[in-house]
Design a protein around this ligand. Structure first.
Ligand code: GTP
Ligand code: MG
Length: 449
């Protein structure tokens, strides 16, 4: 990291302010040249003219110098807060390049922060996740990782295993006459404890994945039951075409939305029926695919049908995914029939997409169905697939370690399994990462971060 990098840290375009960030061994020199001052006090907001190499005043702005290692990257860092818009920041960046900076790659500031030990790899990944989050719930989950709570847990698990491995490996050099080996019960309890904490975190991944990408909710059912109307009612906007002609929706329409701040992707699908129409057939193929990928299926049924027909449709719907049965068109029932459908039990809700009745209840039921409340009540939520893969490997190694402990055999192999688990925990923190893994992670960042 001999180079000094510079880039715009704020989005390009028109705005009140723009921030340029400079990091590397020549950052201080570049700052001296930009502001024409010999000495710049660290962590001091210096309001100053900012000039080009030929002494032309480009702008006046605030220059802040963060002396290594007390900076985001751990190197000398300078931040220039200047007027927004494309021209000022472009001219200032060109001045930085003339004074020896090179343009930063995506994520290069955070990569340097990681390489200089300012944060571990899972915290660095969480920086991008916080920036990219599309819901406060998603941001909260990523922020917990960024603030180090996840790293602390991983370090704690690693520490427990490490103590056991060291003890067991020490015992390998002695006979049972020379020392008292760690009792099986003790080994078992320790490994079981780490395994159960690992599994607890892993169990939050289904919620975490939905927080990152939005839970996929497919509205499915026969033609004309009111799927598109229901989507519009949930969104409170006319997003998809509604008509009395069965087979109106041909293509799946996917719409991102927040329910109680939880990100979802609602998909209106083509109604399933027997049809010779080739295009409608293709649409139904998409519907089946969406059901396969869905986190939750809303099976919409026309409640104005005879009661036994409605009940038969509920019973005959075969789906491996969690399902909410939405009995729509409740406005067409008389009060007596409405009462009869009054308490439908969990997973069944009556609505009138036309009038909006029951739509808020439906949203609440969707939310409760998707969200594992313990995952969102202050606990850590696993959101990153790389961390999930490593924790899966930790759990597998620990399962094998338990088996070895129970069979009371092969102490050397036990130590290998425990060391494997430790190295998978290290992967999460980035202690054993190779360059191509880092390239992959940081290439997804924006420039300037
Ligand atoms: N009375 C009543 N009519 C409704 C309700 N919901 C939808 N409709 C009507 O039912 C017809 C079909 O509605 P859509 O929302 O297009 O139904 P769909 O399930 O998307 O139909 P396809 O796209 O053809 O599969 C339209 O005439 C809607 O106005 C409701 O709650 N009550
Ligand atoms: Mg439709």
């Amino acid at each position: 990291m001999n180079t000094t990098i510079a880039s715009l840290a704020t989005p390009e375009g028109v705005g009140g302010l723009a921030v340029i960030r400079i990091s590397g061994p020549d950052a201080y020199f570049v700052a001296q040249n930009l502001c024409g001052k010999e000495k710049i006090k660290p962590r001091y907001a210096l309001y100053t003219p900012l000039c080009s190499p030929v002494g032309l005043e480009i702008d006046s702005g605030v220059l802040t110098f963060f002396q290594a290692p007390h900076s985001y990257t751990g190197e000398d860092v300078v931040e220039l807060s200047c007027h927004g818009g494309v021209i000022v920041s472009t001219e200032l960046l060109e001045a930085c390049y003339s004074f020896g900076c090179v343009s930063a790659q995506p994520g290069e500031f955070t990569r340097r922060a990681f390489l200089n030990g300012k944060m571990d790899l899972c915290q660095a990944e969480a920086v991008a996740d916080v920036i990219m989050s599309e819901s406060s719930a998603g941001k909260e989950a990523s922020y917990k990782i960024l603030s180090g709570k996840f790293s602390t847990l991983i370090l704690k698990l690693k520490q427990s295993l490490f103590v056991l491995v060291s003890t067991l490996e020490g015992e390998l050099d002695f006979t049972e006459d020379e020392i008292t080996p760690t009792p099986t019960k003790e080994k078992r309890a320790l490994v079981l404890n780490v395994l159960s904490q690992t599994k607890d975190v892993l169990s939050t991944y289904s919620t975490g994945k939905m927080l990152q990408h939005g839970a996929l909710i497919a509205l499915v059912g026969k033609p004309n039951v009111g799927k598109s109307s229901l989507l519009n009612a949930i969104l409170s906007e006319e997003r998809t075409i509604v008509s009395e002609t069965p087979g109106t929706t041909r293509d799946a329409v996917e719409v991102p939305f927040l329910i109680n701040n939880f990100p979802v992707r609602l998909v209106d699908t083509a109604g399933i029926r027997r049809s010779d129409d080739a295009v409608e057939g293709l649409g139904m193929g998409f519907t089946r695919q969406y059901i396969e990928n869905a986190d939750l299926v809303l099976k919409v049924i026309d409640l104005s049908l005879p009661r036994d027909a409605v009940e038969k449709e509920i019973k005959s719907f075969n789906c491996s995914k969690p399902v909410i049965y939405v009995l729509n068109k409740s406005d067409l029932l008389n009060n007596g029939s409405k009462k009869a459908w009054g308490s439908n039990g969990p997973g069944v809700v009556t609505t009138s997409a036309l009038r909006g009745d029951g739509v808020d209840d439906l949203k609440e039921i969707i939310y409760n169905n998707l969200v594992n409340h313990s995952s969102l009540s202050g606990a850590l939520v696993l959101t990153n697939s790389r961390h999930k893969l490593s924790l899966d490997s930790v759990a597998n190694s620990l399962e094998r370690a338990l088996f070895i402990i129970d069979s009371n055999d092969f102490p050397e192999i036990l130590s290998v399994e425990l060391r494997n688990a430790v190295s998978h925990l290290d992967e999460i923190l980035g202690l054993t990462s190779v360059d191509d893994i880092l390239d992959n992670i940081f290439s997804k960042f924006c420039i300037g971060k």
